[in-house]
Design a protein around this ligand. Structure first.
Ligand SMILES: [Zn+2]
Length: 210
């Protein structure tokens, strides 16, 4: 698992650097993933499709041209994330990625595109450590921003959602059973861990090293 984690971290950071370079956009001054996707894939790379015909977005090919389908009615935050995710998928296809968890990796690239590390450090210096303020500044969810904190700063972090747990940052002896996770949450404050319920999505908790 740790090997996958390190490999994914490297691939995502490099993919973001490559894509910003290809787009000729400075990662210190990001303009959002839709601008990035248009600069890389072409101005007409987006197609709005009826709601519920695809999950939220999809990468398809039309006469060998990559097209990002987006469901009608997405919020600007969802648009940003979907454009970044599909651009991540396009990058992985272009590099013939056949490793584990391609969907997770595309989302990880998306996080690095939405919040490039240089822009993260500059924003943190200007705005402070507040998760909500920073997530709004970058037009991303608090979940994504919490993971970027860990990826950029290296603090051991777990994002617990109703369907899965994602861990980032320094190696940590994370639990392997639901009972052990509940126990960790109970003991976290005494063990020097910080527990935070996210406000912009239901049932999401972040635990991190203080
Ligand atoms: Zn996908």
């Amino acid at each position: 698992m740790r090997n996958d984690e390190r490999t994914h971290a490297l691939i995502a950071e490099r993919a973001a650097e490559d894509l910003y370079r290809a787009a000729r956009i400075c990662p210190e001054n990001p303009r959002g993933a839709t601008a990035l996707a248009k600069a890389v894939l072409g101005k007409r790379c987006f197609r709005i499709v009826p709601r519920a015909s695809i999950p939220r977005s999809a990468l398809v090919w039309d006469n060998r041209q990559p097209v990002i389908q987006l469901c009608a009615g997405l919020s600007s935050r969802e648009l940003n994330h979907c454009a970044a995710h599909e651009l991540g998928e396009w990058h992985l296809r272009m590099h013939n990625y056949h490793g584990p968890e391609p969907e997770e990796l595309a989302s990880r690239i998306a996080a690095s595109l939405c919040v490039p590390s240089k822009a993260f450090f500059a924003a943190r210096a200007a705005l402070g450590d507040n998760l909500r303020v920073l997530s709004q500044a970058f037009g991303v969810s608090e979940s994504l921003m919490a993971l970027r904190f860990a990826e950029c700063l290296g603090s051991a972090t777990a994002l617990i959602t109703p369907t899965r747990v994602r861990t980032r940052g320094a190696p940590w002896a994370w639990p392997s059973s639901p009972e052990a996770w509940r126990e960790l949450m109970r003991r976290a404050p005494n063990d020097g861990m910080h527990v935070r319920r996210l406000r912009d999505a239901r049932g999401r908790v972040v635990i991190c090293q203080r």
